[in-house]
Design a protein around this ligand. Structure first.
Ligand code: F6R
Length: 600
């Protein structure tokens, strides 16, 4: 996680960095820091969010046309000013920012400490600055480097230092008196934005969309140097390479809150549109993937969090619509299944961000065993978008809130689309999704929100809520529980309706709220489960298209068959949002979480 952003060009860097870091905050918001280079290297940093620190530390006033900025999601070391990036060498002449994990940092730190380097943080990242310093003191010369590169000793020292790192990293480095940024990436995201006014480096395109839509997606191992004259790319052997420039289709407005109070609400409201866009696929590719499923021997869906819930939903849909079995595995658990993989296995890797480390690790394992991989992601240019054999994009536009909302429903729609394509009839999915437009719109409209706000007021004081469902309603319950717990910090847990009697029923006491997800095709059994809850004093909140007498409260949703997982998830997203607002929490930035989870 963590967001990194750098700028070198004709404009003052600090103001640009402050604006851009705001758009990167979803990657981490424990602390913020900026380093700029003018006649000297200046660093200001502290724990807290960009809006506070910008004022507290006068960040925008820092001088210089070269700067790097960081927003942190803590892994190594507590949330303190000392552990905030940028980190420096002993002499404070070199500054670096880093996203990723340096796996051999302890070994490097021990060696550097023995050599006399003094460390001032508990982070893994700080070793990078000291390694560069160390290389510079060795003259930074690299025997046998490609002759096409005439870099400075600082560039050589960075290159040599980066080579000693194990793990994942996107690093930006600057040095006193050198008006340039040196960058390198391995297994952590880093993109380069090119404009007439300068060069940008960032974890993703959001921070520089205001200035440019021309972007270079770096390859693993790319080493880049930018100064006011331009930018130079080289590959792992230090030889200069050309990288294609792509144009980002995302609109800046899409990455702004507009009239909405929070990104979460805006992104929930966009779903009438985004589920339509999820169906806008190259149908030749969809049909080709359907063919790969049919001819494959063993199909896996791998993902994390909400994307995992979309995959679980997909497994029910594939079974129901296309009579096709798939294995759904949490990406972080996939290593336990790797031995099943062969050249005939097909792996669907699903990740909104396309940068989730657990997912990428699973993809790489699958490729090592010769399996084919279909990537499903929202972020073009992300690692996942480039590492699969086939690619399907969610087309949801930027999702800034840490919680997945619109990308979750897009993933579910794509599962329906694929299942229908397996049946040779993707058209039926497109028709059904079109018909959903007004239903989704109404579920996100003000009147529905007001009803859910009233429910949120009544529920906000609870420590625990439970959710039950069967089949597609079970996986919807899992997703609803995740939404509620991560944004409101209320303990929310979902169970398959039939499992209640095997243990969870013991949790139900007088007044315990239990959401019951019902659809026309599994009505009788889940209503019996709701009766079991009611008999123990639980409050039953039904989510369905009719008001069953067992319900104490009722969230009315239309019955949309296979698309019920979309329709029933949306009011739960709104409810989760309202619970957070009731509890005066920031729905866009839940504590301890970050949007792009680039650590294992
Ligand atoms: C929940 C949420 C997370 C993500 C998970 C996977 O609201 O957003 O659970 O779904 O971290 O992220 P991606 O889809 O980017 O791989």
């Amino acid at each position: 996680m963590c967001g990194i952003f750098g700028y070198v060009g004709s404009e003052k860097a600090s103001a640009i960095l402050c604006k851009g870091l705001k758009n990167l905050e979803y990657r981490g918001y424990d602390s913020v820091g900026i380093a700029t280079v003018s006649s000297r290297l200046e660093i200001r940093k502290g724990a807290g969010k960009i809006d506070d620190l910008k004022v507290r530390l006068n960040l925008e006033e820092m001088e210089g046309n070269v700067g790097i900025g960081h927003t942190r999601w803590a892994t190594h070391g507590a949330v303190t000013a000392e552990n905030s990036h940028p980190h420096t060498d002993c002499e404070e002449k070199i500054a670096i920012i880093h996203n990723g994990i340096i796996e051999n940092f302890y070994e490097l730190k021990t060696k550097l400490t023995e050599q006399g380097h003094r460390f001032s943080s508990d982070t893994d990242s700080e070793v990078i600055a000291h390694l560069i310093e160390d290389q510079l003191s060795n003259n930074g010369t690299i025997p046998g480097i490609a002759s096409s590169w005439n870099g400075s000793s600082f560039e050589h020292a960075c290159f040599e230092a980066f080579k000693q790192l194990r793990g994942s990293y996107a690093v930006l480095a600057v040095r006193e008196c050198e008006e340039k940024i040196v960058a390198m990436r391995k297994d952590s995201p880093l993109v380069v934005g090119l404009s007439e006014d300068g060069t940008f480096f960032a974890s993703d395109v959001a921070p520089f969309l205001e200035w440019t839509k021309d972007v270079v997606y770096l390859e693993n191992g790319d080493f880049v140097v930018a100064d006011r004259g331009g930018v130079k790319f080289s590959s792992q052997d230090f030889g200069e390479v050309a990288r294609p420039v792509c144009t980002v289709e995302w609109d800046l407005e899409e990455a702004k809150k507009g009239n909405f109070e929070h990104f979460m609400l805006k992104e929930i409201a966009e779903q009438a549109e985004t589920i339509q866009r999820a169906c806008v696929q190259d149908m030749a590719v969809v049909d080709r993937i359907a063919g790969m499923v049919r001819s494959g021997f063993g199909v896996f869906f791998i993902a994390c969090g909400s994307s995992y819930h979309a995959c679980l939903t997909g497994s029910y849909l594939f079974s129901k619509i296309a009579n096709q079995h798939v294995n759904v595995v949490l990406a972080s658990e996939f290593e336990n299944y790797e031995h099943f993989l062969t050249e005939n296995t097909l792996v669907f890797a699903v990740s909104q961000s396309g940068e989730t480390a657990d997912v990428l690790e699973a993809v790489r394992a699958a490729k090592r065993r010769g399996s084919r991989v279909v990537s499903i992601t929202n972020v073009i240019g992300s690692s996942l978008s480039r590492e699969g054999d086939e690619l399907l994009l969610m087309n949801s536009g930027p999702e800034i809130c840490v919680l997945s909302t619109k990308t979750y429903t897009s993933q579910v729609v794509m599962m329906v689309l694929l299942a229908c394509a397996l049946n040779g009839d993707h058209e039926s999915c497109i028709r059904k999704v079109k018909d959903l437009y007004m239903d989704v719109y109404n579920l996100t409209a003000r009147s529905m929100r007001d009803r859910l706000k009233a429910l949120a007021r009544d529920l906000a004081g609870n420590d625990h809520v439970y959710m039950i469902g069967r089949g597609l309603q079970y996986t919807t319950a899992l997703e609803a529980a995740l939404k509620v717990k991560e944004v409101s910090y209320i303990h929310a847990e979902a169970f398959a309706g039939g499992e209640l009697k095997h243990g969870p029923l013991a949790l139900i006491e007088e007044g315990t709220p239990v959401f019951v997800f019902v659809s026309r095709d599994n009505e009788d059994r889940i209503v019996s489960n709701a009766q079991e809850v009611k008999a123990r004093g639980g409050i039953v909140i039904g989510v369905s298209d009719w008001n069953n007498p067992v319900f104490d409260r009722w969230i009315k949703v239309p019955d949309c068959g296979d698309l019920n997982p979309v329709i029933q998830a949306i009011p739960m997203q709104v409810l989760a949002y309202e619970l957070a607002v009731q509890k005066k929490l920031d729905p866009d930035k839940p504590r301890n979480l970050a949007k792009s989870v680039t650590v294992l």
